[in-house]
Structures are given as structure tokens and as C-alpha cells.
Design a protein around this ligand. Structure first.
Ligand SMILES: Cc1cc2nc3c(=O)[nH]c(=O)nc-3n(C[C@H](O)[C@H](O)[C@H](O)COP(=O)(O)OP(=O)(O)OC[C@H]3O[C@@H](n4cnc5c(N)ncnc54)[C@H](O)[C@@H]3O)c2cc1C
Length: 372
């Protein structure tokens, strides 16, 4: 069968759409196969951070990859704005991880020291600050904030606009978005790939599996073992407030339109999207202790969502050895890494150079038979 497209990307979340946009820019005929508007997507339920300071323990390459992504963000913001007129509300003032006890400061400090002590690590610029130093930059913190880590590389954006901007940029670059095309089966055939979808068959020369938590199932059909699992997170959103929080923190940040987002939960083994009031209450309480002014505002929205989590928390990018031309891309920082996916990963996929250029991110690291 003659392929309908040069490349089919499966999954229209932030990861798949960034890659599809990058591929369309290289002149490939690209189809983006997606579910419908009611699909579960981490991409429309996240915290909008562009975050570097926690990345890379156990894999220094991931720290460099994240840092490079953050460095690409200003140019990427301009590129998307020029193509789509969509402002991604990107700012990079640096970010804080606030601590409410000496033990939390100690844990934070030792975590960052361990990241920086790794062989091959480009030193991460950061400071551990006491209460007074934090208050100089975040005047509204409460007395219970003992200290914080601060990293000047961190930033934030409006991730709903990122989602919209990537889809618009993909469309304007000549890509074909196929909604309601959930891929049921995927098979290698005649040097290409056949995707059987709910809306018919799609044939492509190459395929990129970026289907979030469905990637493991699809990968197995083309010889890729990419273990991912859902990991639940929850977010609370306040009514709009006057601008007071000029730096993002990892659990509290003020969005460009004024509302404050609170997010602090990491929950394993619960795949539902129903919010849990016990967890939300703890998150709200910690946020109020960090910023007492939040005690007087209304919560107007809450949600639960599922992260796409790999076994070691680091991204997976690889090409099938059994069926070359089939690729997988998964990560749990699809906001942060969007410029990398569009500008670095997509050209490597087009050139079939992923396994050669990005070996650290390959699935081989999960294969215990290769550990000596
Ligand atoms: C609470 C929370 C907070 C987060 N905060 C941040 C943050 O601050 N910064 C950051 O960088 N990241 C953050 N993330 C992570 C970020 O949202 C994800 O890395 C990113 O959204 C993952 O995108 P994805 O495209 O891989 O997956 P998803 O968004 O889940 O999208 C998967 C897509 O694949 C489609 N799909 C699934 N199966 C099929 C199939 N069989 N056929 C066709 N299509 C299919 C789905 O419909 C969907 O469109 C957060 C995540 C959560 C949950």
C-alpha cells in the first residue's frame, strides 16, 4: 500500500503535537492521529512550569536536555507568536522550591548537591536561601517558610496556549490533524506502517508513538518496550488576584491572568480523574502556610489528571530495532521540553538518528539483561 503520509504521529498532546509540528517544518507530509475532545490528556491539566532544577538525578543527560529546552524557550515563544499570533506568556525569572521545615531544606539541599555531584553533569546554578533572603524576592511568604532552593534557569508559561499554539503552528505548517482517529492496532508492512483507527486505515512510511499512557500498548505492536504508567496529580485554582507572585514556585504559581494555581500531589495507583478532598485540603493548607494571603481567597476550580511517568522519571526516545521507522517519545515534562521536541527531536526522527544521537534516552536502559 502506498503510504498516505511520510510520517504518522500518534497522540495529539503536547509531546506528539510538538514533534508533529517540528516534522512538518522539515517538509514531511505529516498526519497527527488523535482521540476526540473528551480524551484524557495530561497536556491540558498541568502546572505550566518550565522547570530545570529537579531534573536529572540518575541521568545527567536529562539535566542538560531540560536546561537546553529552557534556553530554547525565548526563541520558541517568538517563533510560535510569529506563526500563530498566540502569546505563550513565557517568563523566566527563575523558580523557587519553598520549604516549611529545616528537614525539608536539608532534603532539598542534599538532592541538588547529589544532582551536581554526578559525573558528566554541567553544574546546575542554584542557591539555598534562608527565610529573609527568600522574602526579599517573595515578600508575601509567611513566617513558616524556613528557606528555599532558587534556580535562575526556571520559568513558566500558559500551557493551554502552548497546546493551542502548537496545534495552530502544526496546521499552518501543512500538517494534517486527524481527530477521532484513536489507533487500535499498529503493524509494520511493506517497509512502512499501517494504523487501524476508529475512523479507518492510515498508512505511513514512519510512525511516532507519542500517545501518553497508551504508548506502552502501541509500542509493543512494533517491537518497542516503553514502560509508562499513569501517576495522578491534582491542582487547585483560586479566583484572580492582583499580581503578587513574580516568581513561580514548584507548588504555587500565579498565572498570567491573575489566578493562583496550587499543585502538590503525586499519587500512585489511582487512575481516576475524580478529585480527592483530603489531598486537596493538604495542598491548600501548605500553600496557605507559604503565602498566608491565600487563606482569604476562593478556590474556583480543581482537577485531577494523570502524568505520563516512565520507570525512572526520565524521557524515553527511541527507534524500534525490530521495525526501524517506528519511534517512541514519552516524558513527564512536556511543557518544559516542547522546544526540544519540535526543534531537536523532530529532525532526528526525520533523519532516523534518534538512537545514535540520544542513546541515553533509549529503552535499552530498562533491559536488565544488558546490565553487567
Ligand atoms: C498535574 C500535572 C502537572 C504537570 N505539570 C507540569 C509542568 O509544570 N511542567 C511540565 O513540563 N510538565 C508538567 N506536567 C506533565 C505534562 O503535562 C506532560 O508531560 C505532557 O502533557 C505529556 O504530554 P503527552 O502528549 O505525552 O500526553 P497526553 O497529554 O496524555 O496526550 C496523549 C495524547 O495521545 C492521545 N492518544 C492516546 N491513545 C491514543 C491512541 N491509541 N490513538 C491516538 N491517540 C491516542 C490522547 O488523546 C492525547 O491527545 C504535568 C502533568 C500533570 C498531570
Amino acid at each position: 500500500m502506498k503510504p498516505d503520509y511520510d510520517i504518522a504521529v500518534i497522540g495529539g498532546g503536547l509531546v506528539g503535537t510538538a514533534i508533529a509540528y517540528g516534522l512538518a517544518k522539515t517538509g514531511q507530509r505529516v498526519a497527527l492521529l488523535d482521540e476526540d475532545d473528551r480524551a484524557r490528556r495530561a497536556s491540558v491539566a498541568n502546572f505550566s512550569l518550565i522547570w530545570v532544577q529537579t531534573k536529572g538525578l540518575g541521568m545527567p543527560e536529562y539535566a542538560d536536555w531540560s536546561r537546553g529546552a529552557a534556553d530554547l524557550w525565548p526563541q520558541f515563544r517568538d517563533e510560535i507568536a510569529a506563526l500563530t499570533d498566540i502569546d505563550l506568556a513565557f517568563t523566566r525569572p527563575g523558580g523557587f522550591h519553598l520549604c516549611l521545615s529545616e528537614a525539608e531544606v536539608e532534603a532539598r539541599s542534599s538532592h541538588l548537591a547529589r544532582i551536581n555531584a554526578q559525573p558528566g553533569m554541567t553544574p546546575l546554578p542554584y542557591e539555598i536561601l534562608g527565610h529573609n533572603a527568600v522574602r526579599e524576592m517573595l515578600p508575601d511568604i509567611g513566617p513558616e517558610v524556613v528557606g528555599a532552593s532558587y534556580c535562575p534557569l526556571d520559568g513558566q508559561c500558559n500551557s493551554m496556549r502552548l497546546f493551542w499554539g502548537l496545534h495552530t503552528a502544526f496546521h499552518r505548517s501543512g500538517g494534517h490533524y486527524l481527530s477521532r482517529h484513536r489507533v487500535e492496532t499498529l503493524a509494520a508492512k511493506d517497509g512502512g506502517f499501517i494504523a487501524e483507527t476508529r475512523a479507518g486505515t492510515v498508512a505511513a512510511g514512519k510512525v511516532v508513538i507519542a500517545a501518553g499512557n497508551d504508548s506502552g500498548r502501541l509500542g509493543a505492536m512494533v517491537g518497542i518496550d516503553a514502560p509508562v504508567r499513569p501517576q495522578r496529580g491534582q491542582v487547585l485554582v483560586t479566583e484572580r488576584m492582583k499580581p503578587f507572585l513574580h516568581y513561580p514556585t514548584i507548588t504555587v504559581r500565579q498565572a498570567d491572568e491573575g489566578s493562583v494555581m496550587l499543585g502538590d500531589a503525586i499519587e500512585e495507583g489511582d487512575t481516576s480523574l475524580v478529585v480527592g478532598t483530603d489531598v486537596l485540603a493538604k495542598m491548600a493548607d501548605r500553600a496557605r502556610r507559604m503565602f498566608p494571603g491565600l487563606g482569604n481567597v476562593n478556590i474556583v476550580r480543581t482537577w485531577a489528571a494523570q502524568r505520563v511517568m516512565t520507570k525512572d522519571g526520565c524521557p524515553i526516545y527511541d527507534e524500534s530495532r525490530e521495525h526501524p521507522g517506528a519511534f517512541v517519545a514519552n516524558c513527564h515534562s512536556g511543557v518544559t521540553l516542547a522546544p526540544r521536541h519540535a526543534q531537536t527531536l523532530a529532525p532526528l526522527i526525520a533523519a532516523s538518528r534518534v538512537a545514535v544521537e540520544l542513546p541515553a534516552f533509549g529503552t535499552g536502559r530498562f533491559d536488565v539483561s544488558t546490565v553487567h
